[in-house]
Design a protein around this ligand. Structure first.
Ligand code: ADE
Length: 411
């Protein structure tokens, strides 16, 4: 790949591209980089690169002409090398937001030219005439495009074959597969009283990989719900096969209602911790939950109790009248084994007469939302709203999101 940077500070850009990992890769010829001084293309005696803006206002605007001539020179150099036209990107605060998928797209270019603005901006006409696209690296304003062009150059060049010693390096990293990276640790084992997570010292690669995956998921869910939602939509989940010891049976007996109520109460209390007042949560005892389930049954719901090796560990309800799935709770001790996904698929089969069953999740319940999205349900509006300003039992403002199976829309 060939990369060109068009700037008023070519030394600054060049020194960055000559240092560390990129510097080594550059000297090995893994990519070619050229930094061009815009001033060298001026046509006035003072080698002036900017002027006052038409229409007034503060700051100076870069002339179109020197940038255009510099870009024509870059195009000619690329042509001489037998390369196609370079892909030209202007770095501006008003450009499209930059992300890893844009980095991957740009990394596929044979020749990439980055143009750095300075002062108040660049004469719009040269952008119109030359830009294939405009990119912003974030919602803040820099004094110039140099740092932005180096961010783009760095993230694009590290994707070039051979630049990173280990290919696996960037495959596992943040944003590669749409998830944030798991935390990393190095020696010593205990630093200022903080120990490395013990699993990393076991040498059990399967366990370590599973721990890292869980960390990645939990971090992304907590820090970047937007990224996590996008990941869930593109990573559908196929429930695992039922084990021989697993059953899901229609609840009929008193013992089964009691077991279901206990799971429901434990799951509901876990879900509502931090969202409702402690008194309200404590009032939802298994006895209270049993009455709720019985009232639901009287209103047309059917409930199924899941058990593993004879031990009840999950519950799901379906309403044949309305096509709703609800009360999907897995005992906290049995979570993380795929039981929720199996029961959700089971419930949908039970509602075969409803091709598009629906269900609800609180917007604070990220685990449920992730499961529903990965199982093909899509947001379809808001149900109830819980507002501490009007609801004395609520401690946090939250909404119930409706999900419908198999729809394409996003709510
Ligand atoms: N120039 C000034 N601010 C910028 C930003 N946020 N991204 C890209 N170029 C810029």
């Amino acid at each position: 790949m060939r990369i060109d940077i068009v700037t008023l500070f070519p030394e600054l850009c060049d020194s960055f591209l000559s240092a560390s990992i990129l510097g080594r890769a550059r000297s090995k010829g893994l990519f070619e980089a050229h930094c061009h001084q815009i001033r060298d293309y001026t046509q006035n005696k003072q080698r002036q690169t900017d002027d006052y803006p038409y229409g007034g206002g503060c700051g100076m605007v870069l002339y179109a002409q020197p940038i255009a001539d510099c870009l024509r020179a870059v195009q000619a150099q690329c042509a001489e090398q037998g390369r196609g036209k370079p892909h030209i990107v202007f770095l501006t605060a008003g450009g499209r937001p930059y992300d890893q998928s844009t980095a991957r797209r740009l990394a596929a270019c044979d020749s990439l030219t980055l143009v750095c603005g300075h002062y108040e901006g660049i004469d719009e006409r040269v952008i119109e005439a030359f830009a294939d696209e405009e990119i912003s690296i974030g919602d803040y304003v820099l004094t110039g495009g140099e740092l932005a062009s180096l961010v783009v150059a760095d993230s694009v060049l590290r994707l070039q074959p051979g630049v990173l010693a280990e290919e696996q390096g960037f495959q596992e990293e943040s944003h590669w597969d749409g998830l944030l990276e798991y935390p990393q640790y190095t020696r010593p084992e205990v630093w200022e009283g903080r120990a490395v997570p013990p699993v990393l010292l076991t040498g059990d690669h399967k366990k370590i990989a599973a721990w890292r995956a869980r960390q990645s998921h939990a971090r992304t869910m907590a820090r970047r719900p937007d990224l996590y939602e996008a990941w869930c939509r593109t990573h559908p989940l196929t429930p695992g096969r039922w084990k021989r010891s697993e059953r899901a049976e229609l609840i009929r007996t008193e013992a089964a209602w009691d077991a279901a109520a206990a799971i429901y109460a434990a799951g509901w209390q876990q879900l509502c911790a931090g969202v409702c007042t402690p008194e309200y949560i404590a009032a939802h005892t298994p006895q209270v939950m049993k009455q709720q389930l019985l009232a639901d049954r009287a209103a047309g719901w059917a409930f199924y109790l899941h058990s593993t090796a004879g031990v009840p560990d999950a519950l799901v309800g379906v309403c044949h009248k309305t096509g709703e799935i609800g009360r999907l709770y897995v005992d906290p001790a049995a979570q993380g084994q795929g039981i929720g996904a199996k029961l959700l698929a089971f419930a949908r089969k039970k509602l075969a007469e409803h091709p598009q069953p629906h269900l609800y999740a609180l917007d604070t319940n990220r685990r449920a939302i992730a499961l529903y999205l990965r199982m093909g349900y899509r947001p379809a509006g808001v149900g109830c709203v819980y507002d501490p300003a009007v609801d004395p039992n609520a401690t946090v403002f939250c909404r119930e999101i409706k999900f419908i199976y198999g729809t394409k829309n996003s709510g």
